[in-house]
Design a protein around this ligand. Structure first.
Ligand code: MLT
Length: 306
C-alpha cells in the first residue's frame, strides 16, 4: 500500500479522499524538521502547506518519494529543482484558495480604511471614539493590483463592486486577462504608474527571482503619502526593512500584511510596534471552504500520480 505523509494542517476532505483511494495516510501536522528528515524515506508522497519546507536535504532523504503536493498555490517552499533532479513530481492546488485570499485582502483594506482595529478595541476598553478616527470610503478610490492571476482578478471583481477604479500591472497582458479587466473597467499600466496613482497597492505575485524585493524603498517613495500597501502574497516580495522605514516616516499611510520575510513573525519585529499596520498570521488562504477545496484539489493530484 502506498504511503502518504501529510506534514502540515490541511482540511479533512483531501485526507478522506486519499483514504478512499486505498492509500495509507499519516497525518502529522506538527512534525519537526528532524523527524521529517528521519521518516520521509518511508513515504511515497508528502503533502505540505507553508510550515514544512521541502529542502534538497529532505528530498534526498526521501528514497521512495514520488510526489510532493502543496496544499496551496505557491511552490516557493519546495526546492522544485532538487525534486526535478530526483525525479519527484511536484503538484499544487492552484486557484483553489483564490477566493479566500481575495476576501482577506478586502478585509485588510476595509479594516484600514475604517480604522476598525483601534476603534473597536477602544470601545471594548470603554472609550466611545466617535470623532478621533476618520473613515475613508473605498468608492472612487484607485486600487493598484500587482499580479493578475486567479487571486488578482478576483480582487478586481470585488473592488469593482465597491466602485473603485482599477489599475493592474502584470507580467503577461494576455487577451483573457484583458477581457477580465475590461469587464471591470480597469486598465493595464506599468508598475511605476500604478505605484504613483493608486490609493491602495495590493500584491498578488508568486515569489520568484523576478519578484523578490520588487517593492523596496524606491517603489514605496513613489507611492502617494496617503496610500496603503497590502501584501497577501509572499513576505519576500516586499523589502520589509524599507517598508518599516516608510511606515515609521509616514512615506505611506499604512499597510495590511498577511505574509512576512520570516514566519512566524519574530516577536522583536519592528512591525509589531507600528500603529499604522494590520498584521495577520498568514491566514488569507485559510477560510473553512478554502481549506477543504485546497486539501481535496491537492489530494486528487497526488492520488493521480501515485
Ligand atoms: C498558498 O500558497 O496558497 C498559501 O500561502 C498557503 C497557506 O496558507 O499556507
Amino acid at each position: 500500500m502506498k504511503k502518504i505523509l501529510i506534514s502540515d494542517s490541511i482540511g479533512q476532505s483531501g485526507i478522506e479522499f486519499l483514504k478512499g483511494k486505498g492509500l495509507d495516510v499519516v497525518y502529522m501536522p506538527d512534525i519537526t524538521e528532524e523527524q521529517l528528515l528521519s521518516e520521509i524515506g518511508n513515504y511515497d508522497g508528502v503533502i505540505v502547506r507553508s510550515r514544512t519546507k521541502v529542502t534538497a536535504e529532505i528530498i534526498a532523504a526521501g528514497k521512495n518519494l514520488k510526489v510532493i503536493g502543496r496544499a496551496g498555490s505557491g511552490l516557493d517552499t519546495i526546492d522544485v529543482e532538487a525534486a526535478k533532479k530526483a525525479g519527484v513530481r511536484v503538484v499544487n492546488a492552484a486557484g483553489a484558495n483564490s477566493q479566500s485570499v481575495a476576501e482577506h485582502t478586502m478585509a485588510l483594506i476595509l479594516a484600514l480604511f475604517r480604522n476598525l482595529i483601534p476603534v473597536a478595541s477602544a470601545l471594548k476598553n470603554g472609550t466611545w471614539e466617535k470623532k478621533t478616527y476618520k473613515a475613508v470610503d473605498l468608492a472612487g478610490k484607485t486600487i493598484g493590483i500587482v499580479g493578475f492571476g486567479s487571486i488578482g482578478s478576483k480582487v478586481a471583481v470585488v473592488a469593482r463592486g465597491f466602485g473603485m477604479k482599477i489599475l493592474v500591472t502584470t507580467r503577461s497582458e494576455t487577451p483573457e486577462k484583458k477581457q477580465l479587466l475590461d469587464a471591470v473597467g480597469g486598465a493595464f499600466v506599468p508598475l511605476e504608474k500604478l505605484l504613483k496613482d493608486a490609493d491602495i497597492v495590493t500584491l498578488h505575485v508568486p515569489k520568484s527571482g523576478e519578484t523578490v524585493a520588487m517593492i523596496g524603498a524606491k517603489e514605496l517613495a513613489s507611492m502617494k503619502k496617503t496610500a496603503f500597501l497590502i501584501n497577501c502574497s509572499r513576505g519576500g516580495v516586499v523589502d520589509e526593512k524599507a517598508l518599516i522605514d516608510a511606515l515609521q516616516k509616514g512615506i505611506i499611510s499604512g499597510a495590511g500584511l498577511d505574509v512576512f520575510s520570516v514566519e512566524p513573525l519574530p516577536q522583536d519585529s519592528d512591525l509589531l510596534s507600528l500603529s499604522n499596520v494590520i498584521l495577520t498570521p498568514h491566514i488569507a488562504a485559510s477560510s473553512v471552504e478554502s481549506r477543504e477545496r485546497t486539501s481535496l484539489a491537492v489530494a486528487q493530484e497526488v492520488a493521480k500520480l501515485l
